[in-house]
Design a protein around this ligand. Structure first.
Ligand code: ARG
Length: 579
């Protein structure tokens, strides 16, 4: 079986060392870690020697002498108090890179146990502008879906659009006041916020409008045909606007992924009935609630999850409970991810707790809140547009592309105009996405145009240019056909460092999936690109001293470009071959 990836190599070395440790004491742990002093270091001999009352260096030397590591390591040496330092053989690393070069997955693994995973993300609200929080959810959710699919999981995307609730009484009445045609016009150009605010203002200032809105909610909930028709107009226009944003962003989400809150409306009565039967419902201040153990407010009083309000209306939580039942029962999910901002942490934890109490979320099914922080302006306050209004998402994305075109300046002067436009799009959208993905998602992040569009530093444009530059070298090298996948030669330290970096791709992808942390892949790609730069500075490729080294370096360059492009693709970021 081929071994590649640093984690695989570590596992191989551990197994070989374990056998050597066994000859001294069966079952002793080698405790092997990557190390700065060598490639790897094992310190297990220290604990073992202590147990045996022997000098640690003697024990380490005995183990080093019998360990079967010749094919893998160039040196196995005892150092310091009794550490065993392992330096990988260049020939071994080269062979691994050769295998990786011939592997279309570039050393990334497939999940040992493929799972059906529902990913709840994006989830904007009808007749309301998508805000930067929805942008974060969309971008992070999209990257996670891509990585999980790549690992072989069965991913079900669900866009839990806010398309139901008491607001719709007011929105429908406002639609009638404005006139259907006019309303459609306003909404189709994406002025969702203007529409919403006007409706809100009538609601707040006009008693008659308020009364009509209340009656309209009742009509909507009882399924009145004309009311539903008007409601559908609001939904269709908003969904059209969301689709425009998704298309600009280049995310996987599409119309088929929309499973709005209204979908669960017919299931809400059953949620209440079954909670009632399970003896979980408590009436508190006229509302029917569940008090899941372990949730309390600041004064230590138990916190309710409101299931049905005193006026008979259902809450946001009731819909989430119905969604959990549907995802587990109908879809058969074994994992559900909620890519939702941190402020909803308690809401989601309480929903999960109640669903577990009710038996709708069995222990075998994992529910995870993939939380993220807020987007701040460069003033470190919540992001606002220049006029102080909420930022309109399509405009923000258009601005990103414009700024990218300006920042690229004369770089793409040789390209045809339409190709230049595509590059600007890739740079602008890539910059916005990467800025969002490259930090610890749980922290707030500062939306800073200059930083995200910089051509150096940990940014999308830096990686995209690094990739395009390598492709250009490969084009100059000749016919465009990739060199035969043979092992490279690693005589130079920079070649060896690049080869080792390439072997880390699979680990980086696994790390993203293990903690839903796309920044792990960003950090890896940035490190790979800088390692390549050092290599390129010391190891000429096209002007290599002999054909053999040229061939070998072209192979390293080709694999680096492939890893960069595949990695960026997993983040949802385009990697044009020419820029
Ligand atoms: N529409 C909600 C909002 O804008 C987000 C929904 C998140 N998903 C969920 N299942 N609650 O805040």
């Amino acid at each position: 079986m081929p071994q590649w990836g640093v984690a695989d190599i570590q596992a191989l070395l551990t197994a070989r060392l374990r056998a050597a440790f066994d000859t001294v004491e069966p079952g002793a742990d080698p405790v092997l870690r990557p190390s700065e002093h060598a490639d790897f270091q094992a310190n297990g001999a220290l604990a073992l020697a202590k147990r045996l009352g022997r000098p640690p260096r003697d024990v380490a030397a005995e183990i080093a002498a019998v360990a079967d590591l010749d094919a893998v390591c160039a040196s196995v040496e005892v150092s310091g108090a009794g550490f065993i330092n392992l330096v990988l053989a260049d020939s071994y690393i080269a062979a691994q890179v050769g295998l990786l070069a011939a592997d279309e997955r570039l050393g990334s693994r497939t999940a040992a146990e493929p799972a059906r995973i529902v990913v709840d993300y994006s989830a904007p609200n009808v007749a309301k502008e998508m805000h930067v929080g929805h942008l974060r959810s969309t971008v992070i959710g999209d990257a996670l879906c891509r990585v999980l699919v790549h690992l072989g999981h069965d991913v079900v995307r669900e866009n839990h659009v806010g398309d139901w609730g008491t607001n719709f009484g007011m929105l429908i009445e406002h639609l009638l006041d404005v006139g259907e045609t006019e309303a459609v016009e306003e909404l189709s150009v994406g002025d969702l916020d203007g529409f919403y605010k006007a409706a809100r203002s009538s609601f707040d200032n006009d008693e008659g409008f308020r009364e009509r809105s209340r009656r309209r909610v009742v009509a909507l909930q009882s399924g009145d045909g004309e009311t539903l028709r008007l409601w559908r107009i609001l939904v269709a226009e908003s969904v059209g606007y969301f689709a425009e944003v998704y298309a600009k962003l280049g995310v996987l989400l599409n119309g088929a992924d929309i499973v709005g809150e209204s979908t669960y409306n017919p299931m809400l009565a059953d949620v209440v009935r079954d909670l009632e039967r399970a003896g979980l419902l408590v009436t508190s201040d006229g509302a029917r609630c569940v008090f899941p153990p372990g949730f309390a407010n600041r004064d230590g009083e138990p916190l309710p999850l409101i299931i049905q309000k005193s006026d008979g209306g259902f809450g946001y939580a009731t819909t989430d409970l119905a969604a959990i039942r549907d995802r587990v029962g109908r879809i058969g999910a074994s994992r559900i991810l909620y890519v939702v901002g941190s402020p909803q942490a308690q809401h989601l934890e309480m929903c999960f707790a109640v669903a577990r109490l009710a038996g709708w979320l069995p222990e075998s099914v994992e529910a995870v809140h993939v939380a993220f922080g807020s987007v701040l302006g460069t003033d470190h306050k919540m992001l606002k547009s220049r006029s102080g209004a909420t930022v309109k998402l399509v405009e923000l994305l258009d601005e990103a592309v414009e700024r990218a075109a300006a920042a690229a300046g004369e770089r793409g002067a040789a390209l045809a105009p339409d190709e230049r436009a595509r590059v600007a799009h890739a740079l602008g959208i890539g910059a916005v996405k990467y800025a969002d993905l490259s930090g610890d998602r749980t922290r707030d992040y500062v939306f800073d145009w200059d930083r995200m569009l910089a051509f150096d530093g940990n940014t999308a444009p830096y990686l995209q240019y690094a990739h395009a530059r390598i492709r250009s070298v490969l084009r100059q090298a000749g016919d465009g056909a990739s060199p035969a996948p043979v092992a490279p030669s690693l005589a130079e330290p920079a070649e060896r460092a690049l080869a080792l970096a390439l072997l880390g791709f699979g680990d980086a992808v696994d790390a993203v999936a293990a903690s839903y942390a796309p920044n792990r892949l960003c950090a890896y790609l940035f490190d790979l690109a800088t390692t390549f730069t050092s290599f390129y500075e010391t190891c000429p490729i096209l002007r290599a001293p002999d054909p053999e080294r040229r061939h070998s370096r072209l192979l390293l360059a080709r694999v680096t470009a492939d890893v960069l492009a595949t990695g960026l693709d997993l983040l949802g970021i385009a990697a044009p071959a020419r820029m």
